[in-house]
Design a protein around this ligand. Sequence first.
Ligand code: F6R
Length: 276
Amino acid sequence: MIFLNIQRITKKYIMEVIIQPTREAAALLTAKIIAAEVRKNPSTVLGLATGATVEPVYSNLIEMHHKEGLDFSLCKSFNLDEYVGLSGDHPGSYRYFMNSHLFDHINIDKRNTHVPNGMASDIEAECLQYEEAIWGAGGISLQLVGIGMDGHIGFNEPMSSMQSRTRVKQLNPVTIRQNAGYFGGPDKMPRRAITMGVGTILDSERCLMLATGAAKAEILAEAVEGPFCARVTASALQWHRRAIVIVDEACASHLKNREYYDWSFNHEPHWAAFRN
Ligand code: F6R
């Protein structure tokens, strides 16, 4: 009996890297994996990310909703993060991003969509309630993440604890420069954000990282093939029970084991439905 349980657990533990020819193909594959999850389990709990990388994922999901009837009506979602001091109607807020890039265009019940409240008067209580809400929903089935220029996932900036939970983080100047464009300059950027912790992300059943573009090739290789270290919090995915990293060619240029990654994607039966 114990042997059977161990088999069941070990079978699930794997990190896979999938390289797609273009940014568009990488985003489409990511959307197909999310769509397959939603079809398999209509009341699934999705963990969602914001940012330029995931925008085409959401436009693909919107298209699948309209053309294929992909049904989000029973889904719940939890976003990774939100800026402290921004309300949901601020165009730079992540609630605004999610509404305008996804939620307003699909049939998800907005009451089932969660983004941390950056305006909460008691931020610590807000963070605790966010963790409790994730637990209350039964945990996250599929968590989508991007990677920051400093190797962050969520806003878990370098040297975040790999066990951290939802809390407020001071943003790295690297991140402020990365996202300043959304605010019309670094001076207008919020300095702090509420973010799920690395530990929160590690609790998800599956974690899907999408990274595209040459600018992230070095940090992506550090995260995937470098040491597991708090300096690059995305390296926590190496510790995740079921991590899938999807990159385009431009972002794959520093990976050393790509022959193996390609081989696995092309031969593993569980990817058959996702190969062209
Ligand atoms: C956003 C988030 C961040 C971004 C990352 C990449 O919710 O948690 O970790 O995923 O900063 O952002 P882009 O895609 O804009 O380069």
